[in-house]
Write a protein that binds this ligand. Structure first.
Ligand code: GAR
Length: 221
């Protein structure tokens, strides 16, 4: 069983090193989940956490502006400057390591990460997905749910592993699908839940309360 965040020697760790968890956020788009995380940290809802850097593959991502507004390092790393996904991911990993990031949060990051990432941050990369995994992985999860005509969908925060939208699940929340839902209305209701459960999962991590045992994530009381 793998214990995250120095559980067994947490007090020792806290005695000798700054106890803040440095978080790196990866975001490609508007960044509303990033904003929820920033707000939760600012409100003291995630104690002992700091957003060290926000990285985007898109130069004009609104998420970069959100970070700059809070005086947080916001870095665009352009995929066209790299020959392969691996090289690109290595550059992002190097940047995150340079900022002493301990937890990486993908928040609307629309790139598939390579094994390099998972090896560099084992059980330390979180992702949020707008469906109840393992249902509807990949793109347009809300549209997939409507087309399948499920009665309930939701959102999932999980640790990333080497497969897309696949790793151990930390928190899930169900959202009912209404008869007159379209992609926009359903996405809005799911997003509201995303903004609640992502900071909650990060808080549990920062408190050293997540323990990964195979596919299972135990939350330590
Ligand atoms: C969110 O709904 C997130 O769950 C989804 O993209 C949106 C980003 O919104 N992510 C995925 O679909 C990843 N498979 P945001 O930029 O406002 O946080």
């Amino acid at each position: 069983m793998l214990c995250l965040r120095f559980l067994s020697n947490k007090s020792h760790h806290r005695d000798i090193i700054n106890m803040t968890t440095n978080i790196g956020v990866l975001a490609s788009g508007r960044g509303s989940n990033l904003q929820a995380i920033l707000d939760a940290v600012e409100a003291g809802e995630i104690p002992d956490a700091e957003i060290a850097v926000v990285v985007s593959d898109k130069e004009n991502a609104f998420s970069l502006q959100r970070a700059r507004k809070k005086k947080i390092d916001a870095v665009h790393i352009n995929p066209v400057d790299y020959e392969s996904r691996q090289e690109y991911d290595q550059a992002v990993v190097d940047l995150l390591k340079g900022k002493k990031v301990e937890l990486v949060c993908m928040a609307g990051y629309m790139r598939i990460i390579s094994p390099i990432f998972v090896k560099a941050f084992p059980n330390r990369v979180m992702n949020i997905h707008p469906a109840l995994l393992p249902s509807f992985p990949g793109l347009n999860a809300q549209k997939q749910a409507l087309e399948y005509a499920v009665k309930v969908t939701g959102c999932t925060v999980h640790f990333a592993d080497e497969q897309v939208d696949h790793g151990p699940i930390i928190i899930q929340t169900a959202v009912p699908v209404l008869e007159d839902d379209d992609v926009d209305s359903l996405s809005r209701r799911i997003l509201k839940q995303e903004h609640r459960i992502y900071p909650e999962a990060i808080k549990l991590f920062c408190e050293g309360r997540l323990e990964v045992d195979g596919r299972r994530v135990n939350v330590i009381k």
